[in-house]
Ligand binder design. Sequence first.
Ligand code: CA
Length: 232
Amino acid sequence: MTGSESRTILVVEDEAAIRDMLSFTLHRGGYTVIEAADTREAIEQLERKPDLVLLDWMLPGISGVEFARRLRQEEATRHLPVIMLTARGEEESKLKGFEAGVDDYITKPFSTQELLARVKAILRRSQAQPENEVIEINGLELDTAGHRLRIDGKPMDLGPTEFRLLNFFMTHPERVYSRDQLLDQVWGDNVYIEDRTVDVHIRRLRKALEPYGYDRHVQTVRGAGYRFSKQV
Ligand code: CA
């Protein structure tokens, strides 16, 4: 898919004037826009499967950051990109937002150009990992749309982070990635996660694959990082 003609953006903002301005700008930018004045409406609008959520920080009832956290906890919206809108002076709260899994920030007031540039960048990044396909390597079968892993035809459970990690490895085999690179690629630009988090999830991934002998595909490259190799 190229261009923005068929991408849908959900705008969650309680102030009607700002919501209208956002919708107008995004619509002019070629996007389909759906709107919500609060998180209750936003939950209903999620059924229309938006490609990105533009989420205001200050909302009545459940705050934007709390809503972002809930999106990350739900299987259906775990990978849905979120851009948070903050007012000037709320910058110190960004840490909380990144912890909640927000992908990017826009500080009000912002220009039309800035808004469209950020949206475009985040959508491009979220497309970087192919969706709706089955990747198969030596009997390891990853169904990215269904979020399922099968080993030698048998379905098995994998945690969401381990799934994304394995997805990244299987789509980028035979190359060494540092912990920082893996954080960027698998966790997004979340600078607040420690390097050793990568090691924890690598360990869990190996443990899940170990009974089937596939843990050997996930290789440690001393002093450099990790590599997924088809040859073991
Ligand atoms: Ca607001």
